[in-house]
Design a binder for this molecule. Structure first.
Ligand SMILES: Cc1cc2nc3c(=O)[nH]c(=O)nc-3n(C[C@H](O)[C@H](O)[C@H](O)COP(=O)(O)OP(=O)(O)OC[C@H]3O[C@@H](n4cnc5c(N)ncnc54)[C@H](O)[C@@H]3O)c2cc1C
Length: 406
């Protein structure tokens, strides 16, 4: 058995783990990433859309070589096909190549001084006197014991670190969307600079179908839906195929489409865990529930929160105190930044879950793209503006009144 001793052991080389490593390694602490995949970033489990100004990605910068298509905004279709558009004058995001993106962030982490072990599955985490004494990993059959002052769980939606530390025992099925996506060729793309979202109880219950353009005739077409039996009457896969075959707008765009890749995964939409820290432990990214409860977007949040985690962990190590009390700076900083937005989006999503198709159509007639962006992030001016309009419509007021007044 190999024994290793490091300052920070990061489980997972997704965007959360690599951005934690970049920040920590830049502060000179001894950092190790453990990634079970032999080829990080593959298979892709993502729609590959990332906002430039959204969750603060502009601070980090997106590696040029992973940008496939620049985006200026979006178009949301209501169940009967009413479109709500939002577009900025300048580029506001990108459709990226996720396999290149994850790899580039890993390269950056290693160049900053982090070590990495790929093909290394963390299988256990042992406690001693209230703190993690060591991790146990397996690399191609070889057992490795890792001692670390701080363990960072950046190991995604099924995080072993979250489970073993008790910070998130088991994620509830109701808090997960199942997601299936295709990369398709020969899709008719209306506007290369707009992402499209399709809503409706029979189209994607508690979620949406997306068409994210990657080129003139190339797009990611995918879906996220809520738990079967409670929200959905069939699988995400069946809903997506139904959309491609039968949706009045979608079926025309996808009529000649050929699937060249299938992506499957689960998205934690129930908001952040109550607590993401313990003595010598930090959770970040999907493991922490840092995903927007309406859009399901998590890459940008993972990167910003990962940077905060890496900086705080390094400071704690350099100051010789990795207690929960000291590590709490991470929890405070990321919640200060996104806590309100996540809480608001979760409330809005819960209200919208109950909306009938007729109500979604009615909303589409009222909303502008700006107002939609505003209320999804809990912006008070947008909430007030919409409240003024829908107070005269009892059905919509019953649905959204509490959220808009809160
Ligand atoms: C189908 C789908 C589409 C999506 N589309 C978008 C989108 O368009 N835009 C967006 O912003 N977000 C999207 N998301 C969400 C986004 O992919 C995640 O929020 C983001 O990847 C979270 O990053 P992360 O680093 O926390 O986790 P992950 O990217 O999941 O990385 C976790 C890493 O940990 C590794 N790991 C797990 N367990 C262990 C272990 N025991 N030992 C060692 N390594 C381990 C995994 O192999 C993985 O590499 C989508 C998700 C899905 C499923």
């Amino acid at each position: 058995m190999t024994k290793l001793s490091v300052d920070i052991a990061i489980v997972g080389a997704g965007p959360a783990g690599t951005s934690t490593a970049i920040a920590a390694a830049k502060k000179g602490v001894n950092t190790l990433i453990l990634e079970r995949k032999t080829n990080p970033g593959i298979p892709v489990q993502c729609g590959e859309a990332i906002g430039k100004t959204g969750p603060g990605i502009a601070e980090i910068g997106i590696p040029e070589n992973c940008i496939i298509n620049p985006i200026r905004g979006f178009r949301v279709y209501s169940p009967s096909g009413i479109a709500v558009d939002f577009a900025k004058d300048e580029i506001d995001g990108y459709i990226i190549d996720r396999r290149v993106f994850d790899k580039e962030l890993l390269v950056e982490a290693v160049e900053a001084g982090s070590e990495v072990l790929v093909g290394t599955n963390v299988v256990d985490l042992k406690y001693k006197e209230g703190t993690v004494s060591h991790l146990i990993a397996k690399k191609m059959g070889e057992k490795i014991e890792i001692n670390a002052k701080v363990v960072v769980g950046a190991d995604g939606v099924n995080s072993i670190v979250a489970k073993k530390t008790g910070l998130r025992k088991n994620i509830k099925a109701i808090d997960l969307d199942t997601s299936v996506g295709y990369e398709m060729i020969n899709v008719e793309v209306d506007d290369l600079e707009l992402m499209e979202f399709y809503t409706g109880q029979n189209i994607a219950p508690r979620g949406y179908v997306w068409i994210f353009p990657k080129g003139e005739n190339r797009a990611n077409v995918g879906i996220g839906v809520g738990m079967q039996d409670k929200f959905a009457s069939k699988t995400a896969y069946e809903y997506l195929n139904d959309f491609i075959k039968n949706h009045p707008i979608g079926s025309k765009k996808c009529a000649k489409g050929k699937i060249i890749e299938i992506r499957i995964g689960a998205i934690p939409l129930g908001g952040p865990n109550k607590k993401n820290i313990a003595d010598g432990v930090i959770l970040v990214g999907d493991a922490a529930g840092q995903v927007h409860p309406i859009t399901g977007g998590g890459m940008g949040y993972s990167i910003v929160c990962g940077s905060i985690a890496g900086n705080v962990a390094a400071d704690c190590i350099n100051e010789g105190d990795v207690s929960e009390k000291k590590i709490a700076a991470y929890e405070e900083q990321w919640r200060e930044r996104y806590g309100y937005e996540f809480r608001q989006a979760l409330k809005l999503r819960k209200a919208l879950e109950k909306a009938s198709d007729k109500q979604l159509d009615e909303l589409a007639k009222i909303l502008t793209g700006e107002l939609l962006v505003g209320i999804s992030s809990g912006e008070k001016i947008s909430k007030k503006k919409i409240a003024k309009i829908i107070i005269k419509r009892p059905g919509l007021w019953k649905l959204l009144g509490d959220y808009l007044l809160a």
